[in-house]
Design a protein around this ligand. Structure first.
Ligand code: PEP
Length: 256
């Protein structure tokens, strides 16, 4: 089954307005638009950088897609500090990360929140990148498959197969995020295969085979080749290496 790979950059809480424009422009300058037939490229800057980053890629006619790092499930109202799907759509944002481990750990985001956010994004015609992943303690207890697959079950509860097909799952072991300690290709593949088996159980094999599953956690141009060569790894969600245009574009090239 051939799935189009995705390289998605999570800029986290980095880059002010001017810096975001410079990074987007540097990425655009290094890209060949022909590559985008073979790989989907998504950048996820902070909310206030979404519009200027979009403008850079639009001006260059470079079809790099835009993602947010979070969203609220309500459409509008008294939710101070939150952003809705409609607001994201309005600035040309088609993707959104949900359930990143930093939001689960630091902001108390629950599996139920992740499910609500995924449903709201789907209802708005957007594509969620659903992050799942275990802590080192869970891995040391050899409970990682059970833990991560339960996160997948919870995230997709009540989402029909037709909608799930446009969703992406990102397997991001917490112990590998921002630590420089990458999962081995074998560890990452084993979990991504288990996630696909879970999706096949929730839906059916055809749906699971169409869904894209990414690896994230200290991925960089030096270790990408082995990870991207795995049967069940359809790209990467990139943190640190996405903040450097050369590294990010090298990762795009590695996925071609
Ligand atoms: C992330 O936060 O999604 C991530 C994968 O970060 P890093 O690449 O820096 O480990």
């Amino acid at each position: 089954m051939s799935r189009k790979p995705i390289i998605a950059g999570n800029w986290k809480m980095n880059k002010n307005y001017g810096e975001a424009v410079v990074l987007a422009q540097s990425i655009s300058n290094r890209m060949d638009d022909f590559w985008l037939n073979k790989v989907d490229v998504v950048v996820c800057p902070p909310f206030i950088d979404l519009k200027p980053v979009k403008t850079v890629f639009e001006f260059d006619r470079m079809d790099v897609e835009l993602g947010a790092q979070n969203v609220h499930w309500e459409e509008a109202g008294a939710f101070t500090g939150e952003i809705s799907t409609g607001m994201l759509k309005n600035v040309g944002c088609d993707w959104c990360i949900v359930g990143h481990s930093e939001r689960r750990t630091l902001m108390g985001e629950t599996n139920e929140d992740v499910n609500r956010k995924a449903k709201a994004l789907i209802a708005a015609g957007m594509k969620p990148i659903v992050c799942v992943g275990e802590s080192l303690a869970v891995r040391d207890a050899e409970a990682q498959d059970e833990f991560v697959c339960a996160q997948v079950d919870a995230a997709f509860a009540g989402i029909p197969a037709a909608s799930a097909k446009s969703c992406v799952v990102a397997y991001e072991p917490i112990w590998a995020i921002g630590t420089g300690r990458t999962a081995t290709p074998e560890q990452a593949e084993a979990m991504c295969a288990a996630i696909r088996t879970t999706l096949a159980r929730i839906y059916d094999q055809e749906t699971a085979d169409q869904m894209r599953i990414l690896y994230g956690g200290s991925m960089n141009p030096g270790n990408a080749e082995g990870l991207l060569a795995q049967e069940n790894i359809d790209g990467g969600l990139i943190g640190g290496a996405a903040l450097d245009a050369d590294s990010f574009v090298d990762l795009v090239k590695a996925a071609l």
